[in-house]
Design a binder for this molecule. Structure first.
Ligand code: P61
Length: 459
């Protein structure tokens, strides 16, 4: 039996959740066009849609909410945030933004020209969409091991350095305004990137004079994986590991809704003085004045305090062990997952779990529908619904390499009994999985279709 880690906190405030009946869920699914983004959250029992913005904040953070300085310019809360950002990241400049994607949007608007390419280990969908919206091409160069869900690798999120070098050689540096690296690598399963890999990526980008931006949403979980798994880091603090990682780059985008333990917020950090001047202008146009960036002073305060708490090693040990507990429980129930378990989520290999459903009928979507119908559990499809796109040359649909379903764990929210309930729900589905049916898309938007597309069950 996997061991459930004891929580390094106790509960001071609770939020009731309600179990619906099977018949209610059947009807709610139909009304939602079988898209779980369209359900009302209060009709969900265990919500594993995302770990983004769903954190339970601490009493210290809630205290900061009361003390937020709401001044338009020069608020005290901004300077508290600045102190935290500088202590952890060491970057010369930063602006707050309302979310991670706003930071990506500003960076892409300022630097990407039509026809440019931005390499990364794997871009998340918002990053890819922001690059495409500016006319560029997001390029994923993750190591081959990441493409095999069953294959364990301690740093499965790594960039393939050989692929990066040949990509740069073939493309030419004129068409690569900056390069990225996502830590942890959400797209391939919340998998960490090793410090050795960050160093190698940094060395390549610097050799070619390409500015290096880290997508740092889950940098603290990544730092703790490095501490646990990489030689030479066991006695370093996660803060020291994070500082070393950031020092190898030229800037970062960050959604504060993950490892900064906040419900809203983002950051765009950089060392380049000229780029920072342009960033402030773009920020004023889109988000707000540079000392609040689209957020209330209280949000800046919650972020400042959350950034420190997110690096706490008792919390990180608990966090990663809770995720591993869910992963091991699912494996024991015969549910194939991306191995090893990631930091913020377990990714079920729906393609392998439901081999009788072809990719054109979206096995991942079929599974998330059934998880809700059977147990009121919400997860998200991260397969061909989220990632399939037309080939730029032939126009034909390129399906996702993997048909995954993500069970993301909100930080400090659910207990062992909740996690056990999720395992039991999937175990029950596993026993009758061959009867599950695929889906087809009835309507969809042009970009980021998984948020709003509607489906019908294939007869
Ligand atoms: C998530 F279904 N992630 O994982 P923002 N980079 C990375 C992210 O994971 C990320 C962002 C940038 C989310 C929220 C989400 O289609 C979806 O603060 C590695 O959300 O703008 C966000 O940060 C963007 C879920 C986003 C989705 C888009 O659940």
């Amino acid at each position: 039996m996997p061991v459930y880690p004891a929580e390094p906190f106790r509960i001071k405030v609770i939020e009731p959740i309600r179990r619906t009946t099977y018949a209610e869920r059947q009807q709610l699914l139909q009304q939602a066009g079988y898209n779980l983004f369209k359900l009302r959250a209060e009709d969900i029992y265990i919500d594993l849609l995302t770990d983004s913005g769903t954190t339970a904040m601490s009493d210290h953070q809630w205290g900061g909410i009361m003390q937020g300085d709401e001044s338009y310019a020069g608020a005290r809360s901004f300077f508290n945030l600045e102190a935290a950002v500088k202590a952890i990241s060491g970057f010369k400049h930063f602006v707050p933004t309302h979310q991670g994607r706003a930071a990506e949007n500003i960076l892409c608007t300022l630097l990407v020209k039509p026809g440019d390419s931005i390499p990364s280990n794997s871009h998340f969908d918002t990053t890819g969409a922001n690059i495409r919206a500016a006319g560029g091409n997001p390029i994923d160069l993750v190591i081959d091991e990441a493409k095999d869900p069953a294959k364990p690798h301690p740093f499965k999120g790594n960039m393939d350095i050989d692929k990066l070098v040949s990509f740069i050689e073939q493309t030419g540096i004129e068409s690569i305004p900056f390069g990225m690296l996502t830590v942890t690598n959400n797209t391939v399963g919340g998998q960490p990137v090793s410090m050795a890999n960050v160093k190698a990526v940094s060395e390549v980008y610097r050799r070619y004079g390409i500015p290096f931006f880290i997508d740092a949403c889950r940098y603290a979980e990544n730092a703790y994986f490095i501490k646990l798994r990489e030689e030479g880091y066991a006695s370093k603090t996660t803060l020291e590991i994070a500082q070393e990682m950031f020092s190898l780059s030229d800037g970062c985008t960050m959604s504060a809704k993950k490892d900064a333990l906040a419900n809203i917020g983002g950051l765009l950090c950089m060392n380049d003085d000229a780029l920072f001047e342009r960033t402030k202008q773009a920020l004023i146009l889109r988000e707000g004045f540079p000392t609040y960036g689209g957020l209330a002073g209280r949000d800046l305060e919650a972020m400042a305090r959350g950034l420190h708490e997110g690096l706490d090693e008792d919390y990180l040990a608990y966090r990663l062990a809770q995720t591993a507990y869910l992963g091991e429980g699912l494996l024991a129930a015969g549910v194939p997952i991306v191995q090893p378990p990631g930091g913020h989520a377990i990714y079920v290999d729906a393609g392998r779990f439901l081999p009788h459903i072809p990719v054109e009928q979206f096995p991942g979507q079929a599974l998330v529908i059934e998880m809700y119908r059977a147990g009121g559990v919400r997860a998200v499809e991260l397969g061909s619904v989220a990632f399939a796109h037309p080939d730029p040359h032939t126009g034909e649909t390129v399906h996702s390499a993997l048909e995954l379903v993500r069970l993301a764990i909100p930080r400090r929210v659910y207990t062992q009994a909740h996690i056990d309930y999720v395992i039991e729900t999937l175990a029950e589905i596993a026993a009758r999985k061959d009867a599950l049916k695929g889906v087809r898309i009835v309507q969809q938007p042009e970009l980021l279709r998984h948020f709003t597309a509607e489906f019908a069950i294939v007869a």
